[in-house]
Every structure is written in C-alpha cells, then in structure tokens.
Design a protein around this ligand. Structure first.
Ligand SMILES: Cc1cc2nc3c(=O)[nH]c(=O)nc-3n(C[C@H](O)[C@H](O)[C@H](O)COP(=O)(O)OP(=O)(O)OC[C@H]3O[C@@H](n4cnc5c(N)ncnc54)[C@H](O)[C@@H]3O)c2cc1C
Length: 500
C-alpha cells in the first residue's frame, strides 16, 4: 500500500494542472515544491511595494485554462480574472517612430498598409492561412498526446490541411515570413515571435509565424499579476483535497524493477506512491533523480542528446512615472538580421546582445493594483547566454547589465527611464537556476527545434520507467504558459485512463 496515489515533483503550471485534475478524480495527490510558492516561472513577487512578474508577461490561448477549469467542474472567471490586452504590441524604432498592432485584424491591416502598402495582400493571405494553421498547429496539437509515430500519423490524417502546409514545419521562421511580406520593416515587426519558441528566426520552425496571427485571437493578462494563474489552479486543487508541501526538494525518484515507486527528499523523507509525475527539467529528472544506473542505455543517450533551452534575464523596475508607453507590451524594434545576430554572434559566443530582442512589459497599464498609486512596473526582458565569455559570471556583472539595459532604452529608443526608477530587481539566468533549480536557467527546459519536438521530445508517459509521467516545458508541447498547462491536462487524462 503506497502513501499516496500520485506524487508530483514541482508546482509549476504543468504540475498544478495535472494535480488538480487527479485530485478532482479522487486520486490522493501530493505536490512537493522546493521553493515557498506555486507557479515556478509563472510567479509574481513583492519587492519594495511593487508586484513584479518574474517570468511571463501575458498569455495566449486563454481557452486552455477554460478547458482545465471545465474539467474541474468550475468556471475560470471564479479563479482567474483575465483582462484582454489591446493593442497586442507597440513598436518603437530607433528613429523615434511608433506603431502598434491592435487585436482587431482589420485595424492591424491598416497598420501594415501604413508601413508597406505592398504587403496588404500578403497580410490578407497570412490571415487566411493563419486561421487554418492556428487550428492545426496550436488548437488540435494542444490536446493530442504525441507518444508514437502512429500518433503523429493519425494527427496528420485528422488534419488534412497539414499535408498541404507541411512546408511550414520544414522551412525556417525567416523564410516563412518572406513568403508573406516583402517589407523588411513588416517582417521585423513579427520576427520576435521566433523567440517565443526560444530560437532566432533562422533556426525557429516556420509554423511559429502563425503565432503572429493567433495573437489576434486574444492575448490576456491575469489581474493581480501572472502569479494569479497558478494561485487560481492551486485554490481549485486544495478545494479537491490536494496536498502541497513547500520547501521539499526531491533528490531521488525511487524505482523498483523499472517502475516508479516513490521519491526521496533532501531532508531524507521517503514517500511511496503508485505514480510519479515530474514537472522539472527532463534531463534532471532522468539523469539525476532516477540516475544513469537505473536507466536503459538508450534513455541515457537520448537525454544526453538534448540541449538546454535559452535563458531570459528579467530586469524588473518600479517607476514613479509612466515613461510614455502606450501598450502592455512594447517591442524595441530590431531587424531580423539583428535577431539572428543576437543568437549566433552573441549568445553562442557567451556575449550579451545589445540588440535583437528587447521587450518592455508594463502591466500597470491595465492593472494599477500592482504598484503604489501613480507608479508603474516595467519588465525589460532580453535573450542572453547562461555562460559568459571572458571569465565573467552573472553575479559579477549585475550592475553592468542593469546599466546597459537602461542605456539601450534611453539612448537608442529615447525613453526617459533612469530618473523614474524607484525600485529595481534583476533575475539573471543564474538566479533562475538557484531559485527554481532550472539547469542553466533554461526557461523552456530543453531546446524546441524540430529535432526535439512532438515524438522527438521527452514523452509525457515515460518509455523507460513505468508509472513515471512528465509535464511542463521539457515535454510534449514545449515551454510557455498555455502549453505547460495543457501538458498537465494531457498527463492527467492519460494517468486516469492507464493507472486509476
Ligand atoms: C523571463 C521569462 C519570460 C517568459 N515569457 C513567457 C510569456 O510571455 N508567455 C508564455 O506563455 N511563457 C513565457 N515564459 C515561459 C513560461 O513561464 C514557462 O514555460 C512555464 O511557466 C513553465 O511551467 P512548467 O510547468 O514547466 O514549470 P516551472 O515553471 O519550470 O516550475 C517547475 C517547479 O518545479 C520546482 N522544482 C524544481 N526542481 C525541484 C525538485 N527537485 N523538487 C521539488 N521541486 C522542484 C521549481 O521550484 C518550480 O516551482 C517565460 C519564462 C520566463 C522565465
């Protein structure tokens, strides 16, 4: 007789979603979280009177949470208060120009027309194809487990449009954009979406361009900060008698004849369970918590072959005045070449890029509750390497990094930032590693290229260890708030079908 039916390692979105459905179905579930909070990357913190989001700044695909709460016999709105973001983005160019993409497709068409009249036809085609691709690549794949080649084939048969548009799986993001838009300015305004998959436009799979379309189906922010999403799921989980223990780091998944049988914590507790669900990095789960000696050789080789995903330092600033931003998200405009160069010439060489991906997020534009009266929160998110060249490390360059980001925003994009700052907190890739035990601060677990997506990514049901399931960024669907939540739903459905 086991202590629990299911133990979940980590209270990120994937672990919480999975736990809530299991608990709702009467499965005796325990979540063990090493930090003092739920949410992992998707958390908010209090600092000098401001509520800062440590990771994501908006969500796409809000319907994923509607599906989750429906499965929990509840309404999303009773647990999470989502506000719609409009415009989706504003852009600032270094010559001081501003333009924005409103949620409304026709209004965005007008913006495109102003930028490049020749690209209006391309936009219309993009919208036409985008709506079909959104169904396949995002909606349909979101709830299709990818365990075997057969699953992939069935997915293809059920979505005949996929075979006609298969090229978007094989060409890169940059080429896919070129197929629709002639103007470099228009392409550049959409290029940053490649980094939503954690890769530059030259390496990111082409289908990700359609995220520029799905944005127009709704981008949302949860009132109270991004941490309100995990808090809402945690509430439902507890109402279903789910148990969470904080400050409990799991150091071992105990196996018995290739079957997960429980866990051991850093404080020496051994807890048995019928099923173990890992919401942590897949490489850590297999290579450290299970251990090479307990795995088949192919599983060790497979895990070793995966690269960690990119890192995203997040500079969180409290401001005493708005700095002239007119949208929740403002993108400091860069060319596609800059976005690629940020990866190849900087990140891969251990250098921090000055251009290529700079996102300003100002959630207090919609939600004033996050800051003292008349004050604002601003996050500056960039892509950067975990390992720095020249013998530097993140702890020794904190101040230098903060100053350099402020300089870019002030000098290149002409925003009056420095004199408005009243609070500052920086989370470097090293901080993410320390806070959330994410190896190399890899916010998406493992890299998300074609060679490590769908059936080529670590699977939700482990093939090497029975009764071990994986959720979160490094399994099927990859990193992101909706995808990791969906992975938890997929895993719970599978566990209920296969084990209980
Ligand atoms: C700066 C940044 C910006 C982002 N921007 C966006 C965005 O705009 N939109 C979007 O959709 N996504 C964004 N993301 C990605 C998104 O936040 C993540 O992909 C998602 O939240 C990860 O969820 P997860 O289920 O994989 O769990 P994680 O968030 O990785 O949580 C895992 C949990 O496991 C715990 N844990 C780890 N090891 C152990 C152990 N041994 N024992 C016990 N507990 C353990 C950790 O403490 C953590 O709480 C961003 C992330 C970051 C960091």
């Amino acid at each position: 007789m086991s202590d629990y039916d299911a133990i979940i390692i980590g209270a990120g979105l994937g672990g919480l979603a999975c736990g809530a459905i299991l608990a709702r179905s009467g499965v005796k579930t325990l979540i063990l979280e090493q930090s003092g909070n739920t949410g992992g990357c998707c958390s908010s913190i209090q600092h000098d009177g401001f509520t800062f989001d440590i990771g994501p700044s908006v969500v796409e695909f809000k319907w994923v949470w509607d599906i989750l709460f429906e499965k929990l016999g509840r309404k999303t709105a009773d647990y999470i208060d989502f506000i719609e973001i409009d415009p989706i983005y504003s852009f600032i160019t270094s010559d001081g120009k501003r333009f924005s993409y409103p949620a409304d497709l026709t209004k965005t068409r007008k913006t495109i027309e102003t930028l490049s009249p020749d690209d209006v036809k391309g936009w219309d085609k993009f919208v036409r194809i985008g709506s079909g691709m959104s169904e396949i690549f995002f909606k349909s794949s979101m709830f299709t487990p990818m365990m075997t080649l057969r699953d992939m084939m069935i997915f293809g048969i059920k979505n005949p449009l996929l075979s006609l548009k298969l090229k978007y799986v094989f060409i890169n993001f940059e080429s896919a954009l070129k197929g629709f838009f002639k103007s470099e300015a228009v392409r550049a305004s959409m290029g940053m979406h490649a980094y939503y998959l954690g890769l530059p436009p030259a390496l990111c799979p082409g289908y990700a361009v359609f995220l520029c379309y799905t944005d127009h189906e709704g981008v949302h922010y949860p009132k109270g900060g991004m941490g309100s999403i995990p808090k809402g799921i945690e509430k439902a989980y507890r109402e279903e008698d789910g148990e969470i223990r904080f400050g409990e780091r799991v150091i071992k998944i105990i196996t018995d004849k290739n079957r997960a049988a429980g866990i051991r914590t850093a404080s020496g507790k051994e807890i048995t369970s019928r099923v173990v669900i890992s919401n942590i990095n897949a490489k850590t789960c297999y290579l450290d918590l299970i251990g090479r000696d307990y795995l088949p050789r192919w599983a060790v080789k497979a895990m070793e072959s995966y690269e960690y995903s990119f890192a995203n330092p997040n500079l969180m600033l409290g401001l005493k005045d708005q700095i002239g931003l007119d949208a929740h998200h403002t993108v400091c405009h860069s060319t596609i070449e800059d976005m690629n160069s940020a990866w190849f010439d900087y990140c891969l060489k251990g250098k921090i890029p000055s251009r290529g991906f700079l996102l300003l997020s100002c959630p207090t534009i919609e939600d004033h509750s996050l800051a003292p009266e008349n004050h604002h929160c601003l996050n500056i998110v960039t892509v950067a390497p975990y390992r720095l060249s020249g013998g530097k490390d993140w702890d020794s360059i904190r101040e230098e990094y903060i100053e350099s980001r402020i300089d870019i925003v002030e000098k290149e994009f002409h925003l009056n930032l420095r004199e408005n700052i009243v609070a500052a907190k920086l989370n470097t890739p090293k901080d993410f590693e320390r806070m959330l035990l994410q190896p190399e601060g890899a916010i998406f677990g493992i890299q998300f290229d074609n060679a490590s997506s769908m059936i080529f990514r670590p699977r939700i049901r482990s093939g090497a260890i029975k009764n071990l399931y994986l959720v979160g960024s490094s399994t099927h669907l990859g990193g992101g708030t909706p995808t990791t939540t969906a992975s938890g739903i997929l895993a719970a459905d599978m566990i209920l079908r296969e084990v209980f």
